[in-house]
Ligand binder design. Structure first.
Ligand SMILES: C[S@@+](CC[C@H](N)C(=O)[O-])C[C@H]1O[C@@H](n2cnc3c(N)ncnc32)[C@H](O)[C@@H]1O
Length: 341
């Protein structure tokens, strides 16, 4: 007798089950929390959660099978990040709800300390690069994209914004100060902040050569400085974000430095796969997806404005992005007065 076996299809339920399985473990939930605004390699996550590499790889595989994390190659390293909920698949609501709930978790203090240590290791590698490379800075920059290739586009965007005569600017990571004369001409006061003494010395020499009397140079880490003191109408980052340990967090902090109605201008490489840039140019990240910058800026309370894209002969593409702080938002530079009782 020819018995017909019913063909039961469980694929959609399998997907939901994978999601439930991935969410059913406290370590995996904490990994998702740590990836909220950041991406980490498997070794970094093993360090952060004080667990073995193979155990961490297993947890990441379960999260990846559920579509909760995605990978991104940065040179020889694979970085894990959160994946967006799929638009049209079963599980979309559960995926979003799970991540929303996870964001309410507070990571244990020791985990937070080890995340800071990983960021510290990344930042130290970047700082070490600039202390060694200051002498050859321009040649090094020109391997990918030098200021002449994006200066006019940044200026076009800047001039279109029409800042008031008394407006102030903050340039983060001025390098050898090549953009400072342009800012000094357009703003009443300019603060330039760099965490590399060697690079800041180059910027100082430039200010001296060009007699820039309204530029103040500060040796400081962009992410450790007191934001209130540094608030400006226009914050500029040219080719700096890909050197910062935690770019999404960095955008949050930098957004705090933009005065209400003010602007954040970012010149960055678009996402690329030329991993030699990590060694040759000290890049921590191989550019950024346009959507990622917009997403991080929105999460930082900014609104996306104009963007310009510049294609370069050597295969790189540059994005010049404008983000604005809403005019009515709280002023980070305003003194907070506590009510007296
Ligand atoms: C690639 S250079 C860009 C220089 C310049 N903006 C340009 O477009 O030519 C990056 C600069 O950012 C600085 N930098 C990197 N990380 C920083 C941080 N966390 N805080 C302040 N400056 C930083 C480096 O020292 C360097 O001067």
């Amino acid at each position: 007798m020819n018995m017909r076996v019913p063909q039961l299809r469980f694929e959609p339920a399998d997907e939901l089950a994978a999601l439930c399985k991935a969410g059913g473990d406290p370590l995996r939930l904490n990994v998702l929390r740590a990836l909220c605004n950041d991406s980490f390699g498997v070794l970094e996550l093993a360090q952060i959660f004080a667990t073995g590499q193979s155990g961490m790889s297993h947890h990441l595989k379960v999260l990846a099978q559920a579509g909760l994390v995605a990978t991104r190659r940065e040179g020889n390293a694979i970085f894990y990040r959160r994946a967006l909920a799929p638009a049209e698949r079963l599980g979309r609501l559960l995926h979003s709800a799970l991540l929303d709930e996870v964001d309410n978790l507070e990571l244990p203090a020791d985990v937070q300390t080890r995340i800071a240590a990983v960021h510290g290791q990344r930042a130290a590698a970047s700082q070490d690069f600039f202390s060694r490379m200051a002498e050859n800075f321009r040649a090094q920059q020109d391997l990918i994209a030098g200021l002449p290739q994006y200066r006019d586009s940044v200026l076009a965007l800047l001039d279109a914004l029409g800042f008031a005569a008394d407006a102030t600017a903050l340039e983060v990571g001025p390098g050898d100060g090549g953009f400072l004369p342009e800012l000094a001409r357009r703003f009443a006061h300019v603060t330039a902040l760099d965490n590399s003494p060697a690079m800041l010395e180059l910027a100082r020499m430039r200010c001296e050569q060009e007699s820039l009397g309204n530029v103040e140079l500060l040796l400081a880490d962009a992410l450790n400085e007191d934001s209130e003191r540094l608030a400006a109408d226009c914050v500029v980052l040219n080719m700096v974000l890909h050197h910062l340990a935690a770019p999404a967090d960095a955008l949050k902090q930098l957004a705090q430095r933009v005065k209400p109605g003010g602007s954040l201008l970012i010149t960055e490489l678009c996402r690329h796969n030329q991993s030699w840039a990590r060694e040759a140019c000290g890049d921590l990240w191989l550019g950024f997806e346009q959507d990622d910058l917009a997403h991080w800026a929105t999460a930082a309370g900014l609104v996306s404005g104009e963007s310009l894209y510049i294609g370069l002969r050597n295969g790189f593409q540059i994005q010049v992005r404008h983000f604005q702080r809403a005019p009515g938002s709280p002023d980070p530079s305003a003194a907070v007065t506590l009510p007296t009782t």
